[in-house]
Every structure is written in structure tokens, then in C-alpha cells.
Design a binder for this molecule. Sequence first.
Ligand SMILES: [Cu+2]
Length: 179
Amino acid sequence: MSGTRAFARLLGALLLGLGLTSLLSAQDAPDQGSGACVCPDEVTLAEPAWVRLPPPNLSVTAAYMTLGNRGDDDLTVVAAESPIAGTVELHEHLQDAAGVMRMRQVASLALPAGGSLAMEPGGFHLMLIGLHQPLAEGETVPVILHLADGRTLEVAAEVRRAAPGRDHDAHHHHGHRHH
Ligand SMILES: [Cu+2]
């Protein structure tokens, strides 16, 4: 009797563990088995891709993601595009002499062998310029990256107000302004 009960408890724990594991892996490694990234074998999507929801009437925004390179060769991102934007530029953020953060276009972004390329707020990012239509929070848009060797990555980026897992803004809703 007790053996059966112990087995049932073990099975339950196993199932719970599996459920949690699949939940966690779905968040941590969206490239695995999902359609989040159509990438070369050695390229992983280490952090999910997302596009910042732009303010209304602004036709410019930025896309972020972290790529991993588990291969033996350094890779270089040389261009990007998206069907939702007229132009996509590779950008970096820099502090100028006056201490002001500015962004500027760069010709390429390095994805070193065994390393990663973080595109995140305040750092490297993709600038989506000339949005063809307003974006909606929660929708998924394709972003295509071109590597120097001619291969491409197609990533599904979710339109969000803030970075996944860094959703501090959610706790600071100022709500609707009443005039
Ligand atoms: Cu920019």
C-alpha cells in the first residue's frame, strides 16, 4: 500500500518537475523546438526577441534579442531587415563627452565563437525605421538578420512595452489620465 502511494507521489513529483522544466525551458530557450528562430545550427536565441511598442504616431522603434554562438567560428551580423519597416539599422548606444547617451549606426555586430551578442536597451539594438503600420502589443513580427557569410536568421519578435523579465513598468501603471 505504502509502496503504491510512494510511487504515486514520486510520479506526481516527476510530472510536476517535467511541467516546470518545460515551462522554464520555454522561457529560457525559445529557440529550442519552437518557431522563435529559424537560425543556423550553431546560432541560438539566448534571450527572446522583442520590439518596443512605439508611442502612437512614431514610426521608429527598436528590436532587441540576445544571440548565442555555440560554433567554432566567429560570426558577424552585417545587416537586418523586417517586413514591418522600411529600413532596419544596426545601432549602438554610446555616452558622448557630455555624458549624454546617444545612439549611432554601426556597420556590423560581432557574434563571437562560444560567445553571445546582446542587443538590449542601452546597448546594441536594431533600429526599425519607417514602420509601415502601427504595431499592437503582443503581436509577433519577423526580424531577419544577415550574417557576413551570407546566411540569415529569421527571428519572431514580440511587440512589448518593456523587456521580458524586466517588466518593472507593469508595477508603475499610472493608469489613464483624467482631464
Ligand atoms: Cu537606435
